[in-house]
Design a protein around this ligand. Structure first.
Ligand code: DX5
Ligand code: ZN
Length: 210
């Protein structure tokens, strides 16, 4: 079954722990932690201190949208990250950073922006636990799905059959079938899930179960 990684970017930051507990109750598998630095992306969000304050046994899926991610790997692992995703666009020495994440005892993933081709991952794909395909330009929740994501998911699956693929941005009841049909394994959901009147129904729609 497709896993859901609920993005905390759309949570109520005044009641973060309450929202995390509600997501656990809802049955999502992962928590998606969007870290932004105001440099790689225009927005600024949270650092390791916020992650460390969250008490949960949900899998913590940390998405680093920051320049020089190698400077912060150990801090995020110490704060409780189970998986760390870095952007291909931010790493001059991508293989070194992936090794660094694994050596810190964490799952390692790489992400590509909508304009970055999957071919840039040919020589790293065997070293990562997951690839995150961005279906919006990173920086904000609530943006519109960019239509090239399903083709990129299909191309990645063809490159490595057992590769775990996650998709992030603009996923809702209309766009989820497009990425599911392409073979995605993990769906990130922010605004669609967190603003749903009935979150349990929203989870079902994302997973494609009736
Ligand atoms: C965007 C973030 C996403 C965002 C998704 O830069 O990486 O994780 O929270 O939000 P929605 O699902 O609203 O597009
Ligand atoms: Zn994200």
């Amino acid at each position: 079954m497709i896993k859901i990684s609920a993005s905390l970017l759309s949570a109520d930051f005044g009641n973060l722990q309450r929202d995390v507990d509600a997501l656990k109750e809802l049955g999502v598998e992962w928590l998606h932690i969007d870290v932004m630095d105001g440099h790689f992306v225009p927005n600024i969000t949270m650092g390791p201190v916020v992650l460390a304050g969250i008490k949960t046994d949900l899998f913590k899926d940390v998405h680093l949208m920051i320049e020089h991610p190698e400077r912060y790997i150990e801090a995020f692992v110490k704060a409780g990250a189970d998986s760390i995703t870095v952007h291909q666009e931010t790493c001059t020495h991508l293989h070194r950073v992936i090794q660094q994440i694994k050596q810190a005892g964490c799952k390692a993933a790489v992400s590509i922006n909508p304009a970055t081709p999957v071919s840039t991952l040919v020589d790293i794909i065997d070293f990562v636990d997951m690839v995150l395909v961005m279906s919006v330009n990173p920086g904000f929740s609530g943006q519109e799905f960019i239509e090239n994501a399903p083709a990129k998911i299909r191309a990645l699956k063809a490159m490595r059959l057992d590769l775990l693929i996650e998709v992030d941005g603009g996923i809702n009841a209309e766009t989820a079938p497009l990425v599911r049909d392409a073979g995605v394994d993990v769906i990130v959901s922010g605004s669609y899930l967190m603003s749903a009147a009935d979150r349990a129904e929203a989870v079902k729609a994302l997973r494609g179960v009736v």
